[in-house]
Design a protein around this ligand. Structure first.
Ligand SMILES: Cc1cc2nc3c(=O)[nH]c(=O)nc-3n(C[C@H](O)[C@H](O)[C@H](O)COP(=O)(O)O)c2cc1C
Length: 359
């Protein structure tokens, strides 16, 4: 149960911006009984007025996408939105998603200190609120802050390890160590987080389920983490190569073509390391030959237009559209294992089959 709502399968599909996990993918995952997640990051990039008024375009698209994903889910699973704390539209996105009826809000790329306060502005919503953390320390800190200021604790927690795709809550060195096969085991981090949550579970007299994310290979691994105390797992990369994924065929093909050695750690303009394919854009940025951006839509709080090596929004939209030359193609450390296009139903069935076999 997640804030009184049943989650039939212990599977979350992680939010993927820009434009990778929108209503189609999230709705399809929820229709199978999992939690599908819409990424709010520039989710209105296809709206006709996006270039003129990106904020209005994003918020309008987000409301429509939440409602559509809920309709696709037909009441089977849950529809969440993922809003990154580092984005300028973070609070507006949360309010819009809650008004549109999202079942959960999951926030990373910074600690969502004020999330319960923002949610309280939409009293008609009783959505679950969850932080994404990468350590027991972060889990304890967010619980302490929410307890002190809002008299509540997270409804669930996503623990993202160093093998995840997109932005990472780890140093570049830790991410590289993980890439080289020497990650701090997710099991250790899970133990840390579960320990950090104990006093808050006791105080509030309810469970705070923890879902592990980042390089969880299959249902058997999910089972192992569940034996260690996790409530389930969050998967992202494997859902990209599905028919329902909102990315273009070009993105899906880039992922299918990728080999393990094509995956690298980039320094993102967000100020965090990120895991991505070594596309020509990344090679130019590394060589210092990438022309500086000529325009800024002020999407990220920490990004400095004058010093950023490339515009991350433009690069992520280019990737979404399959532009190999100019795109930033985020992916998890297991991207090399994705070998064929499938459907969300096949992915969900496969994970649950492996989970059952591993009993
Ligand atoms: C293409 C891509 C984009 C992502 N974008 C986001 C994002 O916008 N916000 C976020 O919190 N996590 C993001 N992530 C992280 C995932 O939600 C997820 O936690 C992680 O990748 C799970 O690991 P896996 O891909 O190995 O299954 C992204 C991951 C990928 C692969």
């Amino acid at each position: 149960m997640i804030r009184g709502k049943a989650l039939a399968l212990p599977i979350l599909q992680g939010g993927m911006g820009v434009g990778i996990s929108l209503d189609r993918l999230a709705g399809a995952v929820a229709a199978c009984g999992g939690m599908g997640t819409i990424s709010t990051a520039l989710c209105g990039f296809q709206e006709p007025d996006f270039a003129r008024d990106p904020k209005a375009a994003d918020l309008r698209a987000l409301a429509r996408q939440v409602k559509h994903a809920k309709a696709l889910a037909k009441g089977a699973g849950l529809v969440a939105v993922n809003a990154m704390v580092a984005t300028t539209r973070y609070a507006d996105s949360v309010r819009t998603a809650l008004r549109a009826g999202a079942d959960a809000v999951v926030c990373g790329a910074g600690l969502p200190r004020d999330l319960p306060g923002i949610a309280a502005e939409v009293p008609e919503s009783d959505a679950a609120l969850a932080p994404i953390v990468s350590s027991g320390r972060a889990a304890a800190l967010i619980c302490k802050l929410w307890d002190k200021h809002y008299h509540r604790v997270p409804d669930f927690v996503v623990l993202e390890g160093p093998l995840a795709g997109g932005h990472l809550g780890f140093s570049r060195e830790d991410a590289l160590e993980a890439q080289a096969g020497r990650p701090k085991p997710l099991s250790d981090l899970l133990h840390e987080v579960l320990t950090a949550l104990v006093p808050f579970k006791e105080k509030y007299q309810h469970d705070i389920p923890v879902f592990v994310a980042g390089g969880v290979k299959d249902g058997a691994e999910m089972r192992r983490y569940m034996k260690e105390g996790a409530a389930g797992a969050q998967f992202a990369t494997r859902f990209i190569a599905t028919e329902e994924c909102d990315a273009s065929d070009g993105y899906k093909q880039a992922l299918l073509n990728a080999k393990q050695e094509d995956i690298t750690i980039v320094q993102s303009p967000v100020g965090m390391p990120g895991r991505a394919l070594r596309s020509p854009l990344i090679q130019r940025a590394e060589a210092g030959t990438q022309p500086r951006p000529d325009r800024c839509i002020k999407c990220l709080v920490p990004c400095d237009f004058k010093t950023t090596p490339y515009c991350i929004s433009k690069a992520l939209v280019a990737a979404r559209n399959g532009d190999w030359e100019n795109g930033l193609f985020f992916c998890g450390a297991n991207a090399g294992a994705v070998e064929r296009l499938s459907t969300v139903r096949e992915q969900m069935d496969q994970i649950m089959k492996e989970w059952r076999a591993a009993q």
